[in-house]
Design a protein around this ligand. Structure first.
Ligand SMILES: [Zn+2]
Length: 346
């Protein structure tokens, strides 16, 4: 920029000198009658009647003219007190000094203070719930009903729903000989069904959903109520129309009771019970991560029940051998960001 400007000035001077010389040598033969100014260029050109050299570095007519010298040796200096690159920079004149070590315009700016040690320590890792806790207990309890009984009760529930379109349920108990017994089938509504709790030796119940909706908030609160009334009643099976079956097992009744006390169900009028807003919001946040399929919703419920230490496991029936396998999701939180990964528990 500066060079260009300098060249322009020189070119202008040369042009003037040329014209002046021409006028002088021509002696006015060509009728030049322009009164050209006398120009002196070069050092000491004061002996030919020209103007004396001012010697001023800021005088563009002077041989001493020097843009850099004239502009304080820095032709990029804006002179702006708000320009941190200017020699005039003064944050106190420019809205005040924030005093912030992270503000590059502040005298207090300090990279190390702002960003911490240059050798970063390991990022903080939050201790997440152990996804395999209670696995053995949950699987033993879920798989205590033989496949043929699971199949026959599932068929009975399906047949009943095919007639009225409502949910139905059956409670399982054990007789004095340890044989599995079944209470009479119960009829429910579109989103709930009563559970026979006083059946002798009651330890589990199965009900079906009439749409492919995963184990619901209502199912969670019911499961905790059942175990609160009867410590043996820890397993709830939930069958979906698509043939999938889930088992909800309360593996830690004390945690489960704390969970429902801390996060009581939210129910209005005749609507199905929902989780309170903090749990509901967490489930909603997981939808874009887990997906909004039935599978994704179940995974979101599993991750949420783990995170809030509900003491409840959810298992899915294996389509090949009919056994119930715990759904385990490893949650790893680093710097506040949680990653979710389906894993197989050992
Ligand atoms: Zn249900």
């Amino acid at each position: 920029m500066k060079k260009k400007y300098y060249i322009l000035v020189l070119a202008f001077l040369c042009m003037l000198v040329g014209q002046s010389s021409y006028a002088q040598t021509s002696g006015g033969d060509y009728g030049w009658d322009i009164d050209l100014p006398e120009i002196c260029v070069g050092a000491g050109c004061d002996d030919d009647g020209g103007s004396p050299d001012s010697g001023d570095p800021c005088d563009i007519w002077s041989s001493s003219y020097d843009y850099n010298t004239c502009h304080g040796g820095n032709n990029n200096d804006t002179g702006d007190p708000c320009d941190p690159l200017s020699s005039a920079y003064n944050p106190n004149q420019c809205g005040g000094d924030t005093g912030d070590p992270c503000d590059p315009y502040s005298y207090a700016y300090d990279y190390t203070v702002c960003y911490g040690e240059t050798t970063n320590p390991d990022p903080p890792i939050q201790i997440d719930p152990e996804p395999c806790d209670g696995k053995l207990e949950a699987e033993n309890k879920s798989n205590s009903i033989p496949n043929n009984i699971q199949s026959s009760t599932a068929d009975a529930l399906d047949a009943a729903s095919a007639i009225d379109g409502f949910e139905h349920g059956i409670t399982f108990g054990k007789d004095a000989n340890g044989q599995i017994t079944q209470a009479p089938i119960r009829d429910g509504g579109v989103y709930n069904v009563p559970v026979t709790q006083n059946w002798p030796g009651a330890f589990a119940a199965v009900h079906n959903h009439v749409v492919d909706y995963p184990p619901s908030a209502g199912d969670v609160y019911t499961a905790v109520t059942l175990v609160s009334n009867n410590p043996n009643f820890v397993t709830s099976y939930i069958n979906l129309p698509n043939g999938d079956s889930y088992a909800m097992v309360v593996t830690n009744p004390e945690l489960a009771k704390e969970f429902v006390t801390k996060y009581p169900k939210d129910q209005t009028d005749n609507n199905p019970p929902e989780f309170p807003i903090v749990i509901f919001d967490h489930l909603q946040d997981l939808v874009p991560i887990m997906g909004s399929s039935t599978e994704g919703k179940i995974n979101a419920i599993v991750a949420t029940l783990d995170k809030y230490k509900s003491g409840i496991s959810i298992l899915k029936k294996d389509s090949v051998d009919g056994s119930y396998v715990k759904i385990a999701i490893k949650q790893t939180t680093i710097n506040g960001i949680t990653n979710y990964q389906l894993i197989n528990c050992p």
